[in-house]
Design a protein around this ligand. Structure first.
Ligand SMILES: Cc1ncc(COP(=O)(O)O)c(C=O)c1O
Length: 386
């Protein structure tokens, strides 16, 4: 073998049978081969296990998919390059021209754009209501066939809690699928409800460290199997290196979520009592309008705390810029605390009435609470409020 050949066919160093790595290796390979064409065809037909081309599947990404499916209490999962990609591919895969989608003002902005701009270009119609308008949901579902209802809980940024049991029952009674973006709640929550598909941004709590992006759709096997061919040709399969980092992040998911939630509870209580704050939005507070529903539905209220400053947007700007320990940026769920001022959380695509229903006011600030010492965080918030 010449050296030019050797570098393309390096020595095989697979561990011998019975000698296994404790942490699964990163299968950083686009291609997988069988010895024969018949074995390859058997695998491609689904008659035998295996891998062929990374755009369809890869063992490292597959390990993450199976872990996430079990965490969420479902059969299967498809992992994608980002959270919005999981949402976009799921919606594209489930809908066709003439279908109708019901979603909400309180839905994450890019998801609203996917439904209102992208899907609408392909003739998929939509209705947008407030997540609090259950009577409206019932009216819309009774008045026209609807392919799916897409919602979030708690919502972004003011943490409204959707009545999952009622929404899912209404969707199913009218033949619609219930699809939930469960990013805020995480993988250990809401699995007991009859939700058809969960979408997640893995960029948030799964990785936890804010240095890698990913997304996932999780559901029962038939639904995931129906979507799999579309996902393979849309071509945003999660890269194995990113999958490895997210799998590693999951090892500390539960301790992080619980510790960050404990910090969030204390910061919410501090904000609620502060004279500069007119209202604190946190599902773990007794004063939250849906506190009882949150207690019933959620094991933990999460790590996003939003609040309204009495003095409006300029005060919110000074507050956000005055924080030392909170990074002034998007995202949530990572170990470092983050702040989003009203100038960045507001939405430009709303009518004045919809903007009012969204619950975002001129002084609404969103905090994502991290793993820092809670005394340090409260001192920072106190000083910036001062
Ligand atoms: C609720 C929610 N869903 C989806 C996403 C999109 O995730 P990604 O940034 O991984 O595309 C985000 C991102 O902030 C989010 O907050």
């Amino acid at each position: 073998m010449k050296k030019t050949t050797l570098v393309n066919h390096p020595p095989d160093v697979s561990p011998p049978p019975g000698n296994v790595p404790v942490t699964a290796p990163i299968y950083q390979s686009v291609k997988f081969e069988f010895e024969t064409i018949d074995d390859t065809l058997r695998m491609l037909r689904g008659d035998a296990p295996g891998y062929f081309y990374m755009r369809a599947s890869n063992p490292t990404t597959r390990q993450l998919e199976l872990t996430l499916a079990q965490l969420q209490g479902r059969d299967d999962c498809l992992a994608t390059a980002s959270g919005v990609n999981a949402i976009a591919q799921t919606l594209l895969s489930l809908t066709k021209q003439g279908d109708h989608v019901l979603f909400f003002i309180e839905t994450y902005g890019p998801t609203r754009n996917i439904i209102r701009r992208l899907l609408a270009r392909f003739g998929v119609e939509n209705t947008m209501l407030s997540i609090e308008d259950l009577a409206g949901v019932e009216n819309v579902l009774a008045s026209r066939p609807t392919r799916l209802v897409f919602f979030e809980s708690p919502t972004n940024p003011v943490t409204k809690v959707a009545d999952i049991e009622k929404l899912v029952a209404l969707a199913h009674r009218h033949g619609a699928l219930a699809v939930v973006d469960n990013t805020f709640a995480g993988f250990h929550q809401h699995g007991e409800y009859d939700i058809d598909l969960f979408v997640h941004s893995l960029t948030k709590y799964a990785s936890g460290t804010g240095d890698v992006m990913g997304g996932a759709v999780i559901g029962r096997r038939e639904l995931i199997d129906d979507m799999r061919p579309d996902f393979a040709v849309l071509g945003a399969h999660l890269d194995p290196h990113a999958a490895f980092l997210i799998q590693r992040g999951l090892k500390t998911y539960f301790v992080r979520y619980t510790a960050q939630t404990a910090n969030a509870r204390k910061i919410a209580a501090f904000l609620e009592a502060h004279p500069a704050v007119s209202r604190c939005h946190y599902p773990g507070l007794e004063a939250h309008p849906q506190a009882a529903l949150a207690r019933k539905q959620m094991k933990e209220p999460g790590t996003v705390v939003s609040f309204d400053l009495r003095d409006g947007s300029e005060a919110a700007r000074r507050f956000s810029e005055g924080l030392k320990l909170f990074a002034l940026t998007a995202s949530l769920g990572s170990t470092e605390s983050l702040v989003m001022p009203p100038q960045l959380v507001g939405s430009r695509d709303f009518t004045p009435e919809q903007a009012k229903q969204s619950g975002v006011g001129p002084g609404t600030v969103r905090l994502s609470i991290g793993l820092e010492d809670v005394g340090d965080l409260i001192a920072d918030v106190d000083s910036a409020l001062g």
